[in-house]
Ligand binder design. Structure first.
Ligand code: 13P
Length: 243
């Protein structure tokens, strides 16, 4: 399975930055073996869809758990689909932290995303304290148990250790392999054989320098990239590092 390279722009990007999406879409990497997906801020989704012309899949960084209603300032999954988005990220640790999102909230968002026929990237990961106290696998199991949608179709899991996000720190390759194997076992236990088809991404301080090693770890199906996804030069260098 070719690696999937997903950029999460978080709260970054103004109109002028659309040129970066256009450059990514124009590269052979976008059309070649590695898929490139970008989640710009909501404000840029429609423009990103236009300039990417199908070569880069564009998605949202979050959606509401309901399709519509009295939720000032929120964006629903059907609204994302209406703009031409093809996927949505749910459960990012920054949203869990900043907005108090629970596993039940994340599950509702994942279900809403699937109902709108978006592919769903569901993020899980342990804190430094949880890793240091040996709870990593228990935390991952509990987050999956509480947040997985009803079926495996259109589902992608992103393993993002909270302590690795934006810190320049990454787990050892062995720790990434162990975490992904654990996630796989949980997904297969939950969904049966269909669980083998769910892609598992690694995220947290991925750069052009470490992407090649991370993408060679067993059952790492791609990467979810924050800071290093903001320019075409950097993201394309990550895509070029894919085996
Ligand atoms: P960084 O790549 O900036 O560490 O962010 C990772 C992330 O949170 C992607 O969703």
């Amino acid at each position: 399975m070719p690696a999937l390279i997903v950029g999460n722009w978080k709260m970054n990007g103004l109109g002028e930055d659309i040129a970066e999406v256009a450059a990514m879409a124009g590269s052979s990497a976008a059309k070649g073996r590695s898929g490139i997906w970008i989640a710009p801020p909501f404000t840029l989704i429609d423009r990103a869809v236009i300039v990417s012309a199908g070569a880069v899949k564009i998605g949202g960084q979050d959606c509401h758990g309901n399709a519509k209603g009295a939720h000032t300032g929120c964006v629903s999954a059907p609204m994302l689909a209406d703009l031409g988005a093809g996927f949505v990220i749910v459960g990012h640790s920054e949203r869990r932290r900043d907005n108090g999102e629970t596993d039940a909230d994340v599950r509702a968002k994942a279900m809403a995303g699937r109902a709108a026929e978006l592919e769903v990237i569901l993020c899980i990961g342990e804190t430094r304290g949880q890793r240091d106290s040996g709870q990593t696998e228990a935390v991952l199991s509990s987050q999956l148990a509480g947040s997985l949608p009803d079926d495996a179709e259109g589902l992608i899991i992103a393993y993002e250790p909270v302590w690795a996000i934006g810190t320049g720190l990454t787990p050892t390759l062995g720790d990434v392999e162990t975490a992904h194997a654990h996630i796989r076992s949980q997904i297969v236990a939950r969904f049966g054989p269909a669980g083998h088809g769910v892609r598992i991404l690694y995220g947290g301080s991925v750069t052009p320098a470490n992407a090649g090693d991370l993408l060679r770890v067993a059952d790492v199906g791609g990467v979810l990239v924050g800071g290093a996804s903001l320019t075409a030069q950097s993201l394309l260098a990550i895509a070029a590092a894919a085996p």
